[in-house]
Design a protein around this ligand. Sequence first.
Ligand code: FE2
Length: 216
Amino acid sequence: MAFTLPPLPYAANALEPHISQRTLEFHHGKHHDAYVKKLNELIEGKPYAKLSLEDIILQAAPKREDRAIFNNAAQVWNHSFFWNCMQPNGGGEPRGDIAKRLRESFGTHGDFRRTFTEAAVGQFGSGWAWLVLKNGKVDIVTTPDAFNPLVAGDAPLLTCDVWEHAYYLDYQNRRQAFVEAFLDHLVNWDFVSKQLIEAETRSAREAPARAAAGRR
Ligand code: FE2
């Protein structure tokens, strides 16, 4: 069963003026679509074709000879996740448990905003900035190129695409302005909260198995 390009969860002009319709149409309709098509081409007739996207990422990650499969699978996953991390009239300070967890890890919302922005701007070249659940705490990491935190065993909660194709038409070289617009106006905190709940539920379910493995 070939992978398909998931539709955007909102209209292509819904994130204006922070991300233009032109950017979203290129980013989703051309870049994301190209990763889906290339992935299907690369896995056709191989055992990978029977796996879920997550399993392709995890199995291909350590194999040098499957780097193209890994890159395209991870970029398909990362982009689908990124679209869901945004919504019109989003961003700003979250409420509820996620707000408490951000405070525990980073301090005030301003501290979180500064730390995330510095990480995203500091990622040299193409890549992604992430909020993850790492060893039971929320943390910020960046990854180069197609890499994503699943490979390191961290649970992604939020991501910002900092490849130039994500912002160049709207912001040219001003990556910081794009990241600030993302944080202040676009983040879908309900989606992030849901990722946190799911990651903690998964972690609690897997804890007995991990403990048993450790005793052997
Ligand atoms: Fe992208």
